[in-house]
Ligand binder design. Structure first.
Ligand code: ZN
Length: 312
């Protein structure tokens, strides 16, 4: 008889849940709101109830469920301990123990960006590759490193926090993490918008971006597609920062694929050229073979990855 597994991706506003077969076929997906009040104490009981309701609806017995994976926006260490998830108002506790007790099944927890990388490696853009690095270019930059099918977790669960790799000694504005000059300040969606504002103020060169009220990363890559010179210059700066940073990561990880995800990646293959040429220039020769691919699972990467986490 076929077995099932559940993948859960806990975000700051919604919790995404997926019911899968143990072969990775997504049978159903749904969402519930994330109730962050009272130090986020309702979040896990809400998920437990939602899972119970779904299993009842589908006529599936809990004994046929292998387990549940939980992706959370914060570091989760090898022992399943969350070390603060600010968006959920969670402090420090053993997520896996607590959730297993409430859900009545085995639970494995992981950091959301790492779990998304696992999802892409299992059923998405990197499924043909053994080891991959995923960069999620959203409001910030998330990272996930998969080595031979396993997440690189690190001692405190902060392995693959590549968004906070230092790339600029001259930065005067602090990053969200408190440091100065993190890659997230230049290559995230907000970082690209900032590069655009700075470039537009340098001189009066004509650009399609000048007619836009508040330039976004999407505007920049739309401009690139139209051949707008200023947009191309901004994209070059983005590509230089990110390509150089990824060349350093590649020299440590030696992946066979680099997955680009998050809102910025929706611009498509056009972003790859700007990153890859800098990557190729600066990466150690034996690490240069990494293929750049655009993420394929979108917002479902987290539920796929957490299902895989639960399967082990
Ligand atoms: Zn930072």
């Amino acid at each position: 008889m076929s077995k099932y597994v559940i993948g859960v991706d806990v975000g700051g506003t919604t919790v995404k849940l997926g019911l899968f077969t143990d072969a990775g076929e997504l049978l159903d997906k749904w969402e519930i709101p994330t109730r962050t009040e009272d130090s986020g104490s309702n979040i896990l009981p809400d998920i437990a109830k939602s899972i119970d309701d779904k299993l009842t609806e589908k006529g599936i017995s809990k004994s046929d469920v292998e387990g549940c994976g939980l992706a959370v926006p914060g570091p989760v260490d090898e022992d399943g301990v969350v070390r603060r998830a600010v968006n959920l108002h969670w402090d420090y506790f053993n997520l896996e123990e607590k959730a297993s007790e409430l859900f009545g099944m085995k639970v494995k927890g992981g950091n959301d960006a790492s779990v998304a990388a696992l999802g892409e490696a299992w059923k998405g853009a990197a499924s043909q590759y053994k080891s991959s690095v995923m960069v999620t270019l959203g409001t910030g930059i998330g990272g996930g490193i998969i080595i031979n099918g396993r997440i690189l977790t690190g001692v405190t669960g902060a392995g693959a926090e590549i968004g906070h790799i230092h790339v600029n000694d001259n930065e005067q504005t602090p990053c969200n993490c408190g440091n100065y000059g993190c890659i997230e300040q230049y290559a995230s969606a907000t970082g690209i918008a900032r590069l655009a504002r700075e470039r537009l103020m340098e001189n009066d060169d004509p650009s399609v971006l000048r007619s836009v009220m508040a330039v976004t990363a999407k505007d920049v890559f739309d401009g690139v597609k139209q051949g707008d010179e200023v947009s191309i210059e901004i994209a070059e700066r983005f590509g230089k920062y990110l390509g150089d940073m990824l060349s350093q990561v590649a020299c440590v990880v030696n992946p066979d694929a680099i997955v680009l995800g998050g809102g910025v990646s929706k611009a498509g293959d056009v972003i790859i050229d700007f990153i890859e040429k800098n990557f190729q220039k600066n990466t150690f020769h034996a690490c240069r073979g990494a293929k750049f691919v655009i993420a394929a699972l979108g917002n479902d990467a987290g539920i796929y990855g957490s299902a895989k986490l639960a399967l082990g």
